[in-house]
Design a binder for this molecule. Structure first.
Ligand code: HEM
Length: 455
C-alpha cells in the first residue's frame, strides 16, 4: 500500500533513499502516482516534509519544498547541478539553442542572446505588442462568443513572429506559425507521454511529424534570415539584433545558430505567455472584485487611450494580476537538476547523479508562504501593503543562471495585452471548473469559451 497521502513511513531499504519519503512499488517506485497526476503527487509529497525521498522508477530522487533549498538548487545550476538532457523532440525543433545547450556552449549562447531581450529592447517591441492586440480587439464585438485559448494563442503567435522575425506578410507568418504549432504540440506530447522514455532511435508517428514540421521551419526561417542578410528586411526585430551580436572572439552566430536561437525564443515564449493569459481571463471571470479593481486602474491610468511601454510601470495592479495568475497557474510547473559530485542542498549531501525536483505548482500553493493559497488575490503583490513573500517561494520564471531570458518580455506582453482588451471588454468565461493539464506548459483541460461584453 502506498503511504503517499499519510505521514512518512519509510519501509524501504535505506540504500534506496537519500532522505525518507513515501513507500513505492518494486522497480516502479512512485512512478504510477507521479504519472497519474504529477501536480497532486507533488502537493502530497509536501506532507512528508520539506525534503522528501521518492523513486522515479529505479532512480532515487529528492523533492524539495523549502524556498531556501529551492534557491540553492536554482542558483547552483551549472555549478553543482546539471539540467537533465532534453529529449529528441526538443533537439529536433530547437537544435542546440540556449534551452538545449549545456556548459560553455550554453554560456556563450546565453551571452549572445541576452542583449536582444534586455529591457531597453523590450521597449522597442512594446508597440508591436499593443498594435497586434488592438487589431484583435477591433474584430471583437459585444455578445460574441470567443474561444479564448485559440484567440490568445493566435495573438501571442502573431506578436512572436513579428517581434522575432520582423515578418508581417500573412503568408510567411502563417506557414511558419502552422509548422511551429505542430512542433510545439508534439514536443508537449513527447514531454508528457511515454515518448520521453523511448530511446532516440525509436521511430514514432509523433517524431515523424516533428521532423516534417522542423523541415518547414528550417525552410521558412532560412528564407527570412537570407532576406535580413541581404538588408531587405531592415527592422528593429530580434533577428536583426542576433545577426549583429558578436561573441568575445568577435565571431557572429552562424546561420544554423541563428535558426536555433530564433526558434528557441519563439517556442520558449509563445505558449508560456498565451497559457498565462488564458488563466488570467479565467481567474478574472471568476473573481468580479478583482476584475473591477483591474478596470478601475486601466481607466485611471489610460483613460481612453491605448497603453504604451511607459504605462507598464504605472499599471501596478495589472502587473499583480499577472503575478498572481503565475502563482496559481505557473505555466512551467516543474524544475529538476542532477547532482554533480559534491552537491549539497540544505546541508544534506546529494550523491552524484541524484535527481532533485521541485515544483512551482506545489510551492506556490503552500499555505506557509501564501496564506489562503487557493484565493486569487493580486493585492498580495502590492509593494507597500502586500504580503512578505519569501525569496524563491514564487519562481514562475525559474532563477539563478538559467532564469528565463524572456521574463521582462513576457511580463510586458501580458500586461499590455490585458490592458488593451480589459479596457474595452469583459470576458465571461462559461461556468464550470477548468482543470490544468501538466504538459510542457500548464494547459486548460478543454477549450475555454467566453462571451464578450463591451464595457
Ligand atoms: C509567462 C511566460 C513565461 C514563463 C512562465 C517562462 C518560464 C521559464 C522558466 C521557468 C525557465 C527556466 C527553465 C529551466 O529551469 O531551465 C525559462 C527559460 C527560458 N525562457 Fe522563459 N518563460 C516565459 C516567457 C518567455 C519568453 C516570452 C521568452 C522569449 C522571448 C522566453 C525565453 C526563455 C529562454 C530562452 C529560456 C532558457 C534560458 C536558459 O536556459 O539560459 N521565455 N522560462
Amino acid at each position: 500500500m502506498s503511504t503517499e497521502t499519510g505521514p512518512a513511513i519509510d519501509t524501504e531499504p535505506r540504500s534506496h533513499r537519500i532522505v525518507p519519503g513515501p513507500k513505492g512499488l518494486p522497480f516502479l517506485g512512485n512512478l504510477p502516482q507521479f504519472g497519474k497526476n504529477p501536480l497532486a503527487f507533488f502537493e502530497r509529497l509536501r506532507s512528508h516534509g520539506d525534503m522528501v525521498g521518492w523513486r522515479f522508477g529505479p532512480n532515487s530522487c529528492v523533492y524539495i519544498a523549502d524556498p531556501d533549498c529551492i534557491g540553492e538548487l536554482l542558483t547552483e545550476t551549472e555549478r553543482s547541478f546539471d539540467q537533465p538532457a532534453l529529449g529528441i523532440a526538443f533537439r529536433t525543433v530547437m537544435g542546440n539553442g540556449v534551452v538545449v545547450a549545456r556548459g560553455t556552449d550554453w554560456r556563450r549562447k546565453r551571452s549572445l542572446v541576452q542583449p536582444s531581450v534586455r529591457p531597453k529592447q523590450v521597449r522597442s517591441y512594446a508597440a508591436t505588442m499593443t498594435s497586434s492586440t488592438v487589431e484583435l480587439a477591433d474584430t471583437w464585438s459585444g455578445g460574441e462568443r470567443v474561444d479564448i485559448k485559440r484567440e490568445m494563442a493566435a495573438l501571442t503567435q502573431r506578436i512572436a513572429v513579428r517581434t522575432i522575425f520582423g515578418v508581417d506578410t500573412a503568408a510567411d507568418a502563417e506557414a511558419m506559425g502552422r509548422a511551429m504549432d505542430v512542433a510545439q504540440q508534439e514536443i508537449g506530447k513527447e514531454f508528457a507521454g511515454i515518448g520521453a522514455l523511448l530511446p532516440d532511435w525509436v521511430p514514432t508517428p509523433g517524431r515523424a511529424r516533428i521532423k516534417k514540421a522542423a523541415a518547414v521551419i528550417d525552410a521558412e526561417v532560412g528564407r527570412v534570415v537570407a532576406r535580413h542578410r541581404d538588408g531587405a528586411d531592415e527592422r528593429p526585430d530580434l533577428l536583426s539584433r542576433l545577426l549583429a551580436a558578436v561573441d568575445e572572439t568577435g565571431a557572429h552566430l552562424t546561420d544554423q545558430e541563428i535558426r536555433d536561437e530564433t526558434v528557441t525564443l519563439y517556442i520558449g515564449g509563445h505558449e508560456t505567455t498565451s497559457s498565462t493569459l488564458v488563466w488570467a481571463w479565467y481567474l478574472l471571470s471568476r473573481n468580479p472584485r478583482v476584475r473591477t479593481a483591474l478596470t478601475e486602474e486601466l481607466d485611471r491610468v489610460l483613460g481612453d487611450r491605448e497603453p504604451e511601454f511607459d504605462d507598464f510601470a504605472r499599471l501596478t495592479y495589472t502587473q499583480s494580476v499577472v503575478k498572481e495568475t503565475l502563482r496559481l497557474y505557473p505555466t512551467i510547473w516543474l524544475v529538476t537538476g542532477v547532482a554533480k559530485e559534491g552537491a549539497h542542498i540544505g546541508g544534506v549531501p546529494m550523491p552524484e547523479g541524484t535527481r532533485v525536483w521541485t515544483s512551482q505548482w506545489a510551492t506556490h500553493r503552500d499555505a506557509r508562504w501564501f496564506p489562503e493559497p487557493e484565493e486569487f488575490r493580486p493585492e498580495r503583490w502590492d509593494p507597500e501593503t502586500g504580503d512578505d513573500i519569501a525569496e524563491y517561494a514564487w519562481f514562475p520564471f525559474g532563477g539563478g543562471p538559467r532564469v528565463c531570458l524572456g521574463t521582462r518580455f513576457a511580463m510586458v506582453e501580458a500586461v499590455l495585452i490585458l490592458a488593451v482588451l480589459a479596457r474595452r471588454f469583459e470576458l465571461d468565461v462559461d461556468p464550470g471548473v477548468i482543470d490544468p493539464v501538466p504538459s510542457l506548459t500548464l494547459q486548460p483541460d478543454r477549450e475555454v469559451m467566453a462571451t464578450v461584453r463591451t464595457r
